[in-house]
Design a protein around this ligand. Sequence first.
Ligand code: HEC
Length: 307
Amino acid sequence: MKRILFLFLSMLGASLASQAQTAAAPAAGDDQMTKFYLVVGFIFVVSILVLIVLIYLLTVIRALADSAARDRAEKLGIAYKPEPSMWSKFWTSINGFVPEEKEATLVLDHNYDGIKELDNHLPPWWKALFYGAIVWGILYLLAYHVFNSFPLSKSEYDSEVAAANAELQKIKAANPGPKIDEATVTVTTDAADLANGKTTFLNTCASCHRKDGGGDIGPNLTDEYWKHGGDIKNLFHVVTNGVPGTNMVAWGAVMSPEAIRNVASYVLTLQGSKPANGKKPEGDLYKPEVKAAEPAKADSVKTQSSL
Ligand code: HEC
């Protein structure tokens, strides 16, 4: 018993020490927390030690009292009957055991071939749990669903998500992504960005390039012919700076680089859409570099198959 206690205590000590270590590991701001854990741990260990000493003393006192009672009984010449221990009294009372000599009061009045049945009560601890659970259930219902004193899991979750989103917005506002300019711009394939680009196109560009990009005052933006190049960087340049002396103005004055990237990416999605009555191609045929490399590949395939 003592060995088990010792083992338990040393395990407790070790876990407290490791907890103190993990608490001490983070930045100096957690110093206060470490101290708090150490104090709580110390109080915990001391109270357990005190409890053990108390139990030990009680056992000793009990043993002394027992032997004194036995001596007295011997002197008086009466049979010594030891008092039941506190534990066994407690055990009897929480289980509501009916002593064997009173069993007759519990026998039910049926008798099957000599088999009789005792009508034992449910143990008090069980009944306490049962009624306690009912009371708890009523209190819970009132607190959570009638008076709404505490938030339900769903609203707790929602408010946590809202707080996290607010935090995210703050972080995003503090760190705007990489700067977009002519040198760094790339095509965006993000659905939200493209939807945003489409809105811009319909509101700002469609009056000259037509809703479907087929071209009107401005050129057809759906074919492979471009006056100023068909790369995302070319489009970004043209839309930002406009084409002096034409109706294509410098949109960089009124649109953010991100919005220009979005609308230019959207324009590129119109490639090959061949809208009806599109304007005739203007400018030069533009082949993206990736496509330019393809014929060589096709050639090598051809030579292989012709072998
Ligand atoms: C007021 C009419 C007008 C509006 C509005 C307009 N454009 Fe243009 N756009 C033109 C004209 C005209 C040209 C041809 C310029 C030239 O001759 O080089 C052009 C050229 C272009 C080109 C280059 C085409 C090529 O062949 O190289 C792109 C890309 C373009 N516009 C995109 C846009 C976008 C995106 C918007 C909306 C933000 C827009 N335009 C709004 C009139 C307009």
